[in-house]
Design a protein around this ligand. Structure first.
Ligand SMILES: Cc1ncc(C[n+]2csc(CCOP(=O)(O)OP(=O)(O)O)c2C)c(N)n1
Length: 608
């Protein structure tokens, strides 16, 4: 049977067909749908959202040690979080096959950087497969499991946004049954990485590298396509598709396994064709390694951009030595740009309104709330990596001492806090800073499409489970002042923030308002609000909340006066189909021009 699958769905299918027993992941674009597909479609697999990528890889490793095939999936930066176990997992090897899927994000569609994770394969000395379409995504995952068990190694499979999120036809097969018994077996020389054992394992790793390099020579996913021998292109992954589309007649060495490299095959390819070019996205990974073999490919990163995503046009222009110019818009009247924005009714907005008003420096983190960096809210002043805000706030407090008091706060989401914020909060308490941390608990992992986490009370399959009590947790870490605020009540938020930033002790302020899209958290939404155009003076206080439901129009003539004769340049308007009635604009309008349709104004919502 054949099905049209995205790359991520195909990776999930590959795991199912490979007989995977345990799958773990932490959400992150472009990898998220791998776990979502497994949880939805393949009920024979135990599936979980782990609190972070390090835990996800360790869970998978535990399963592998018991003999099960296991897969951990994550976005590229997630591998940084999981890098500590990965580097030593390379030494221990596996029992059941162990695959780590890294989904990279060239062009940073939704990431903090665009690192090229092929380097991890070389760094950790483990093999890496790189599919160029959905069929290969499924096939390579299966090969990866076989290689993992045959060569006693964790295996990396690298996808990129364009492979993960594009669809292609995939031939489905039946799942295999592993012959490795599930058991608890003591093998300390293999699994206990004390120096004396690890030294020996390191030698085995080097030996394994040589065997894997020999495997790479015959792996059918590394193939030569000899056509016009005047030009030969060495490429891999999605770059192969782009190159093949614009230069269909040239010869190719298409690598499905990008580490270790099949050096013999590469040398043969250089003999088969006249001029060799390397076409790859992001870093000169293949190019550098080929040059290190003493070979001289032409072009490479001298021609092909080192930053951003490639596409057929960029590949064509670059290789021909022409400057790439973005094509003109396809339409005369292009769609206006729509930068990302917080949703109407988003609980984060009220917090940022207050931070802006108090002119605080916002040490931000990663999540929907990073969007508070953009005008008009402009209150997130830094963002590094998940969980960093808490330690950074602590560091700033220690550097500035009394001078800095009341000038800055840390801002972190609930998923991010449980991912990487607990340890730094422990540090804040342990090393006694006055740091104030705002934990924006919207009861979901909003940024990546609303996934469950240990603080939501639900598993990846929607079953009810234990829910972390963040207040108790913070107390246990040593934070005495833990206060909850209603983020849609600006007066309350302002009062609590003012009080806490003045304190000598650390504090945690929990913004207790669910993501507006989590319908099950609300008893009901409110009715949309309305602007009374006779009263609106066009001061833009509501517009400056950056709410997508609020627009503003210039007015002239008769309309340039309010009912009681005040001059105005424009009028605001609320789009009723977008407004969930959070009443934030109602609170900031000093002219009583925003009307609540509720009996009595509600600050926030009736939440469960
Ligand atoms: C190491 C790492 N893993 C995953 C991600 C993807 N990611 C970005 S923000 C985020 C969590 C957002 O959830 P939360 O902190 O609750 O904030 P919200 O978006 O709900 O406001 C995730 C998983 C990432 N950027 N880095």
């Amino acid at each position: 049977m054949k099905r049209v699958l995205t790359g991520n769905e195909a990776i999930a299918r590959g795991a199912f067909e490979a007989g995977v027993k345990v799958a773990s992941a932490y959400p992150g674009t472009p990898s998220t749908e791998i776990m979502e597909t497994i949880a939805r479609e393949y009920k024979t697999i135990y599936a979980e959202w782990s609190p972070n990528e390090k835990v996800a890889l360790e869970v998978a490793f535990g399963a592998s040690m018991a003999g099960a095939r296991a897969m951990a999936s994550m976005k590229h930066v997630g591998v940084n979080v999981a890098a500590d176990p990965l580097m030593t997992l390379s030494y221990t090897g596996v029992r059941g096959g162990l695959v780590l899927v890294t989904a990279d994000d060239p062009e940073l569609y939704s990431s903090q950087n665009e690192q090229d994770n092929r380097h991890y394969a070389r760094f950790a000395k483990v093999p890496m497969f790189e599919p160029s379409d959905s069929q290969e995504a499924k096939d390579f995952v299966k090969v990866a499991f076989d290689v993992s068990e045959t060569y006693d190694t964790p295996v990396l499979v690298r996808s990129v946004t364009r492979v993960s999120h594009s669809k292609g036809i995939v031939e489905l097969e039946e799942p295999v049954v592993s012959s490795i018994p599930l058991e608890v077996r003591k093998e300390p020389e293999k699994f206990t990485m004390l120096p004396s054992y690890a030294r020996i394992r390191h030698r085995l790793v080097e030996e394994r590298q040589r065997k894997l390099a020999a495997f790479a020579e015959t792996f059918p996913g590394n193939r030569m396509e000899i056509d016009n021998p005047s030009v030969g292109i060495i490429t891999a992954g999605i770059a192969y598709q782009y190159a093949k589309e614009v230069f269909p007649d040239y010869s190719y060495l298409k690598l499905g396994m990008v580490w270790p490299l099949p050096q013999g095959l590469i040398r043969r390819f250089f003999k088969e064709v006249k001029r060799v070019y390397v076409i790859e996205e992001l870093d000169p990974f293949l190019e550098d390694n080929i040059r290190a073999m003493g070979l001289r490919p032409r072009g490479g990163k001298n021609l092909i951009p080192i930053t951003g995503e490639l596409n057929p046009l960029i590949v064509e222009r670059s290789l021909l030595g022409k400057k790439f110019k973005a094509p003109k818009a396809f339409f005369d009247d292009p769609v206006p740009p729509r930068p990302p924005n917080l949703c109407p009714g988003c609980p984060h907005r009220g917090i940022f309104y207050v931070l802006r008003k108090l002119k605080l420096f916002g040490i931000g983190d990663i999540g929907c709330y990073t969007l508070g960096a953009y005008p008009p809210l402009s209150s997130v002043d830094s963002c590094l990596c998940m969980g960093a805000s808490v330690g950074m706030t602590h560091g700033m407090a220690k550097a500035l001492g009394e001078e800095g008091k009341g000038k800055f706060v840390g801002i972190i989401g609930d998923s991010t806090f449980l991912h990487g914020g607990i340890h730094p909060l422990m540090d804040v308490a342990y090393n006694r800073s006055y740091a104030t941390i705002l934990l924006l608990d919207n009861r979901t992992t909003g940024m990546t499409g609303s996934q469950e986490h240990p603080g939501t009370g639900y598993t990846v399959r929607g079953e009810k489970t234990r829910k972390v009590d963040i207040v108790e947790l913070a107390h246990a870490l040593g934070i005495e002042s833990v206060r909850k605020v209603n983020p849609w009540n600006v007066e309350e938020v302002e009062k609590v923030v003012r009080e806490e930033i003045e304190k000598d002790a650390p504090s945690l302020i929990i913004s207790d308002g669910p993501c507006i899209l989590r319908q099950r958290e609300f008893k009901h939404y409110n009715r949309p609000l309305e602007v009374d155009s006779s009263k609106c003076v066009g001061c833009k206080a509501c517009v400056n909340l950056g709410c997508p439901a609020i627009s503003y129009q210039d007015v002239e003539g008769e309309m340039a006066l309010t009912a009681d004769g005040k001059k105005r340049k424009g009028i605001s308007r609320i789009e009723p189909t977008l407004c969930p009635g959070c009443h934030l604009c109602y609170q900031v309008c000093k002219f009583g021009a925003i009307q609540s349709r509720e009996e009595s104004p509600i600050l926030g919502f009736d939440v469960i």
